[in-house]
Design a protein around this ligand. Structure first.
Ligand code: AMP
Length: 312
């Protein structure tokens, strides 16, 4: 596994893999037997867990070369957010990467990523106004800008993102399409603890009591799944679905709701409260952001025309 901290080294390492292949043998020019070498990219902020590992596994399955980046991107954090306290453990992250068969790890410093104040920002409109975009102003501009920069550095064929951050997937898909970026976004399912809590680097902040009560998120989404799978209950309205989720979450005294939203996916358009679940033609997403103390957790479930795609 190659570990690089500078953009120039990263480009060099990827160019060598593209030219010489995984085993270092020079790819024969024009040989029909040799298919193009594909590069799969997994961008993360580190403190890696099984959710991240699942992206690396998917990348390992689909691409010849797997590139992992670990960078806590300051421009996607708001002034009162957890940039300084964001958990970091480089040595453990490298072990996870090695275990998952990553080829190249890119670990840039802030100065390497932003050698001068950025005057160019990528901004996706509309899709970023709601959900986490409303609660965290400027967050998605930071995400799209750093992901565009990373795409320019890595030049991946495939890029892997978790549906844990479903809005991020919708926003990045829009960016790639709008700007004709030559990369395919591969969304990957949410990985959960055995009891249902979606894995997140931020889970380490939770006290034992908060951790226990945080289960209301996945429990409420499990109820959504049950309702959407049940043909009779499918006459549920959006309002009833909302109330069911809200009741489950407010059963936890420590839960401080940031938002509960039911939207179309990936267009993220609001649905009418009296609309029946069974009458909605598009995919639906039920998305949650709930604070436990200072820790903000997100989770979601996607329903495709009555069929749940992502398992809670
Ligand atoms: P982060 O390090 O939190 O920025 O996440 C890096 C990538 O891992 C993003 O594409 C996330 O959506 C994805 N990810 C984080 N948690 C999970 C999870 N529990 N299941 C699947 N993917 C995840």
């Amino acid at each position: 596994m190659i570990i690089v901290r500078e953009v120039a080294q990263l480009r060099q390492a990827i160019a060598e893999r593209r030219q010489f292949g995984a085993d270092g043998a020079k790819a024969e020019q024009g040989s029909a037997a040799i298919r193009p070498h594909t590069v799969g990219f997994v961008p993360t902020m580190g403190y890696l867990h099984e959710g991240h590992a699942s992206l690396m596994q998917k990348a390992r399955e689909m691409a010849d070369t797997v590139v992992l980046s670990i960078f806590v991107n300051p421009i996607q954090f708001g002034p009162n957010e957890d940039l300084d306290s964001y958990p970091r453990d480089e040595a453990r992250d490298l072990e996870v990467a090695r275990r998952e068969g990553v080829d190249i790890v890119f670990l840039p410093t802030v100065a390497e990523m932003y050698p001068q104040p950025t005057r160019t920002k990528i901004r996706v409109s509309a899709l970023t106004d709601r959900l986490c975009g409303a609660s965290r102003p400027g967050h998605f501009d930071g995400v799209t800008t750093v992901v565009a920069k990373l795409f320019n550095m890595v030049g991946p064929d495939l890029a892997f993102f978790g549906m844990k951050d479903a809005q991020q997937v919708a926003v990045l898909q829009q960016m790639v399409t709008d700007l004709n970026m030559n990369v395919t976004i591969v969304p990957c399912p949410i990985v959960r603890e055995a009891d249902g809590l979606a894995l997140s680097s931020r889970n380490v902040y939770l006290s034992a009591e908060q951790r226990e009560q945080a289960l209301v998120l996945s429990q409420s989404l499990r109820k959504v799944r049950e309702v959407s799978e049940d043909d009779v209950q499918n006459t549920f309205t959006i309002r009833q679905l909302y109330q069911m989720v809200e009741t489950t979450i407010t059963s936890s005294p420590l839960a401080d709701i940031d938002y509960i939203e039911i939207l179309t996916f990936p267009s993220l358009e609001p649905l009418l409260p009296e609309q029946r679940l069974s009458d909605v033609e598009e995919d639906i997403i039920v998305a949650l952001a709930v604070k436990f103390g200072n820790t903000r957790l997100i989770d979601n479930i996607r329903i495709q025309k009555g069929e749940v795609l992502l398992h809670v």
